[in-house]
Design a protein around this ligand. Structure first.
Ligand code: ADP
Ligand code: ASP
Ligand code: MG
Length: 422
């Protein structure tokens, strides 16, 4: 008898019929003798709907007060889901109880809309499990030290599930979603993408941080830190599929890093449309300039991703960096009002029609020429590279957004990632 955490995403919870299917699947695991905790997301589209309502009343403002209310609103989607799933399980004849984050409680910091989980009290959950109940806990939400409801950022139910699994010392955390595992790239963009049977934590962390939305990055961080066995699998198989078969389906995120003969140098391709580029042109090139530009940006709690400083010409240089689209307007305003006058730069420019495409693979450590193959492939497609950033196991390029799909497809082919090739 194992303690298992299931997480079901929005599409998996998308209608009362789907919720009934989820209940049948959970009931199957429970009847097999497992102690079950389930963490569902809001029904598909619901979080977007709720945030759109908030936007109608407060289009642009992002003060701590407005962010607090946004979380109050967005968190309700998951509360509906847990209640519905508990009813569906009870109708299946399985005792079940639902909890909102604050009832557990799942404690977070106060960073509204992107809060971090600090601790989870397992007392109540353990008591229910001991009494033979399936425990259903809201994804995405928690409570801060002052009793305010917080949310964990988009896709945050993954993190809730993994954090609950870590706190409860669960045997496995199964992330049920609308694809049957982690693919070499988003199968919606490249239908020939291939499912990976296993992927290392390191690669999954890079893929998630570079834009593969199949798992929220913090979920992967948590799983790595607390060594939670993690699997991504489909909730769209028949609910009565044999447990043994289900338990080894999908993609296992593994600590195993040994490369075997079959393993490709590049394991996957990630892309991110949610970035924007900001450039300061004609900046006097003197020591401390990067700090003068990026210091105020960091002080405003804006994360900077790719950075590039051009070679200087007649004592002047151009300096560009990317930020999340959500921070673009705020960063542009900050630069206009503070940084431009401070640095004496000639002018600034912004571009929110860019995207970042990355190749990821632990095999890149031991192979040379991988990045140059990426650049060659893009040049053969006539795609101009605006920025480049590398680490041991990834190379990212910033390109014009309109070439994103072309770039991803061309790279997927160039690195032999299609089905049937491995
Ligand atoms: P859920 O609602 O279950 O959390 P998400 O929409 O957040 O589901 O994540 C699943 C989606 O992630 C898939 O439908 C797929 O389009 C997308 N995705 C992006 N990159 C990948 C990848 N490398 N492998 C699988 N799915 C991916
Ligand atoms: N419902 C939240 C969202 O749409 C959390 C999640 O689905 O993981 O982002
Ligand atoms: Mg998700």
């Amino acid at each position: 008898m194992a303690l298992i955490v299931h997480k079901y995403g929005g599409t998996s919870m998308g209608s009362t019929d789907r919720i009934r299917e989820v209940a049948r699947r959970v009931a199957k695991w429970s009847r097999a003798g497992h102690r079950m905790i389930v963490v569902p997301s809001a029904m598909s589209g619901e979080t977007n709907r709720l945030l759109a309502l908030a936007k109608e009343l407060a289009p642009a403002s992002s003060t701590p007060q407005t962010e607090r209310e946004r979380d109050m609103i967005a968190a309700t989607g998951e509360q509906v889901s847990v209640g519905l799933l508990a009813l569906a399980l009870q109708a299946e004849g399985v005792p079940a109880v639902s909890y909102a984050g604050w009832q557990v409680p799942i404690r977070t910091d106060s960073a509204y809309t992107k809060a971090r989980i600090e601790s989870i009290d397992d007392t109540k959950v353990r008591a229910d499990l001991d009494d033979g109940r399936v425990v259903i806990i809201t994804g995405f939400q928690g409570i801060d030290a002052q009793g305010n409801i917080t949310t964990l950022g988009r896709g945050g139910s993954d993190t809730s599930a993994v954090a609950v699994a870590a706190a409860m010392n669960a045997d496995e955390c199964l992330i049920f979603t609308d694809v049957d595992g982690v693919y070499t790239t988003d199968p919606r963009i490249v239908p020939e993408a291939r499912r990976l049977h296993t992927v290392s934590f390191e690669e999954m962390l890079e893929m998630a941080s570079l834009g593969s939305k199949v798992l929220q990055i913090r979920a992967v961080e948590f799983a790595g830190k607390y060594r939670v066995p993690l699997r991504v699998l489909s909730s769209f198989t028949p609910a009565d599929i044999p447990i043994d078969e289900e338990a080894c389906s999908g993609t296992l995120i593994t600590f195993e890093e040994k490369l075997n003969m079959e393993q490709a140098v590049v394991s996957g391709i990630a892309f991110n449309r949610d970035e924007a580029k900001i450039s300061l042109i004609g900046v006097p090139d003197r020591p401390g300039i990067a700090f003068q530009i990026l210091g105020p940006v960091a002080d405003a709690n804006i994360d900077v991703d790719v950075i590039i400083q051009n070679i200087s010409h007649e004592g002047k240089t151009d300096f560009s960096f990317t930020v999340h689209l959500n921070d673009y307007a705020k960063a542009m305003e900050l630069l206009r009002s503070k940084v431009l006058p401070l640095t004496g730069a000639e002018r600034m420019a912004g571009d929110d029609k860019i995207c970042k495409v990355s190749i990821v693979g632990i095999g890149m450590r031991s192979h040379v020429g991988v990045a140059s193959k990426m650049f060659r492939t893009l040049s053969e497609e006539g795609i101009n590279i605006q920025m480049i950033s590398t680490s041991e196991i990834k190379t990212s390029v910033v390109i014009d957004e309109k070439y994103m799909e072309l770039a991803v497809r061309a790279l997927h082919k160039a690195f032999d990632l299609e089905q049937g090739l491995i």
